[in-house]
Write a protein that binds this ligand. Structure first.
Ligand SMILES: [Fe+2]
Ligand SMILES: [Fe+2]
Length: 339
C-alpha cells in the first residue's frame, strides 16, 4: 500500500515495483494488461510490434517483458530468441502470451528461452503473481551482476596500481580460456577460467604498495605478506554463487605440483585443474612481461623456462605442452615483444 501512495506522488519508474514492457498489437489487450499492472504499482511501457520491442529494450531494459505470440514484423518467438541470445538482455525474464495452450507452442517457447507463459484470457491474480515473482528474480540477478562487477573492478584497480602488470588480467583470461578450450573443457568451465583470469590476484588490493611495487627482492616477511593475496582474494569472492567455481582459482593459483607452492602447500591432483591452468599461464605471463625484478624474455626463452619449471615438478608437463602448442600455433595473441 505504501508503494502505491508513493507511486501517486512520484510516478517515476525508479519508485515503482518494477518496469514491465508489454509487447501487444491488440490495443484492448494492451489496455487490460496495463490497467492490471499499473494498479499493482508497476511502471509500464507498451509497444505494438516485435521490432519496437527490441528497440524499447535497447533504450531502457525493463525488469520483465510480456510478449504476445503473434506480432507484426517479428513474431514473439523471434523477439524472445534475440533477447535470450544477447548477453546484455538474456537475464530479462520473458513471459510469452499465447491464445492457444497447445503443447507445440510451449515447446517452441521453451526452446526460444521463454521464462514463463500466460494463456489468454488472463487470470488477473495469476498474471500479478507471475510478474511479481519474475521481478523479484530479476532484482536478484541484478544484485549478483552488480556484486560481480564490483569485484571485477577491484581486480582492475589492483592491476592499475602496478604499471608493469598492465593488461595482465585480460591476458590471463585469454590464455586460460585458450588452454581450457584446447583441453576440451565445457562452456561453463571456460567461463570460470575467464573470470578466474580477471580475478586471480584481486586479493592484492590488501597488499601495501611498498611490498606490491618493490623493485628488488622481497624479504621473508614481505614475501609472507604477498602470499596472503590468495586468501584475501578468496574471501573477497565471498559466497557469490557465480564466483563459487572461481574461488579455487583465486586461492590455489600459486600452488605447485611438488607441494612447494602456497597458501596450502597442496600437491599433485589436490590442486584444482582450473587453478593449475591459471598458475601455468600466470607464470608464462610473468616470464614474457617485464617485471620490477627482471627484464622481459623472448618467446623461446619463455618456452624453455616454462618447460624447465614443468620438469622440475612445478607444473603438469602435459598441461604445459598443450599450452605451448596453443601459443605456438598462434591460437592466442601474445604481447608484442614476446610474439
Ligand atoms: Fe597471484
Ligand atoms: Fe597474476
Amino acid at each position: 500500500m505504501e508503494i502505491r501512495r508513493d507511486r501517486k506522488r512520484f510516478p517515476a519508474a525508479e519508485l515503482s515495483r518494477g518496469t514491465v514492457l508489454i509487447v501487444e498489437d491488440d490495443p484492448q489487450n494492451a489496455r487490460l494488461l496495463t490497467r492490471l499492472l499499473t494498479a499493482d504499482g508497476f511502471a509500464v511501457e507498451v509497444v505494438g510490434d516485435g521490432a519496437a520491442a527490441l528497440a524499447a529494450v535497447g533504450r531502457r531494459p525493463p525488469d520483465v517483458v510480456l510478449l504476445d505470440w503473434m506480432l507484426p514484423k517479428l513474431t514473439g518467438i523471434e523477439v524472445c530468441q534475440r533477447l535470450k541470445r544477447d548477453r546484455t538482455t538474456r537475464l530479462i525474464p520473458v513471459v510469452l502470451l499465447t491464445a492457444l495452450d497447445a503443447r507445440e507452442n510451449r515447446l517452441a517457447g521453451i526452446n526460444a528461452g521463454a521464462d514463463d507463459f500466460l494463456t489468454k484470457p488472463y487470470n488477473a491474480e495469476e498474471l500479478r503473481a507471475r510478474v511479481h515473482s519474475l521481478v523479484r528474480l530479476k532484482r536478484y540477478t541484478d544484485e549478483l551482476d552488480f556484486a560481480e562487477s564490483v569485484i571485477t573492478s577491484l581486480a582492475l584497480t589492483v592491476e592499475a596500481r602496478d604499471a608493469t602488470t598492465d593488461g595482465h588480467c585480460q591476458r590471463l583470461a585469454h590464455y586460460a580460456t585458450a588452454l581450457g578450450a584446447a583441453l576440451g573443457m565445457t562452456e561453463d568451465e571456460l567461463a570460470s577460467l575467464d573470470r578466474g583470469g580477471y580475478l586471480h590476484d584481486v586479493g592484492k588490493i590488501g597488499i601495501p604498495d611498498a611490498v606490491l611495487l618493490k623493485p628488488g627482492q622481497l624479504t621473508r616477511e614481505e614475501y609472507g605478506l604477498m602470499q596472503q593475496h590468495t586468501i584475501i582474494g578468496e574471501r573477497l569472492c565471498g559466497n557469490l554463487r557465480s564466483l563459487v567455481p572461481v574461488r579455487p582459482i583465486v586461492r590455489s593459483h600459486h600452488e605447485r605440483l611438488n607441494g612447494g607452492g602456497y597458501p596450502d602447500g597442496l600437491r599433485g591432483d589436490a590442486i584444482p585443474l582450473s587453478a593449475q591452468i591459471v598458475g601455468i599461464v600466470d607464470a608464462f605471463d610473468a616470464i614474457t612481461m617485464t617485471r620490477p625484478y627482471r627484464a622481459q624474455r623472448s618467446r623461446e626463452q619463455a618456452f624453455d623456462e616454462l618447460e624447465a619449471d614443468a620438469r622440475s615438478g612445478l607444473f603438469d608437463r602435459d598441461l604445459v605442452s598443450v599450452f605451448l602448442r596453443v601459443v605456438d600455433q598462434r591460437e592466442v595473441e601474445l604481447p608484442r615483444a614476446a610474439s
